[in-house]
Design a protein around this ligand. Sequence first.
Ligand code: NI
Length: 167
Amino acid sequence: MAVLNILRYPDSRLHKIAAPVTVFDEQLKKLVRDMADTMYAAPGIGLAATQIDVHRQVIVVDVSDRRNSLVVLVNPTIVESTGLSDIEEGCLSVPAIYELVERAERVKVRAYDQNGNSFTLEAQGLLSVCIQHEIDHLQGKVFVEYLSQLKQQRVRAKLAKQLRKSA
Ligand code: NI
């Protein structure tokens, strides 16, 4: 089991664009295992490779109460989205900040599993929001960047205060 360090906003490495995975090998399986370990240990409901400074298109998600429904998405693409969700979101890279972001209520996602098999997943509610949030990470986007400038300033001030407290 390997629990990796999670980058914290505003770290510029969170803005790197992840490259598609082209080789489905043991190294990828290890990455997925480490990401799942890191997400469960945090604890969180989703993690993108970007957040552990690996810039490949891999995300792990588990929104189940029992923490036993791991979803692994490699090279995910949203092919359909409908409706409007009203779920506040948070992020392991932005501790203790929860904000409402405009997201689709339902998405259809095409992706590969860690063995290279392609599949389509239909998600709604929390799972849908979580997947959209993690795909944003792969594109270098952190959810607070959807907020107004004023709110973003407040978030940065709050995070700086958290850091000073923990120092
Ligand atoms: Ni996040």
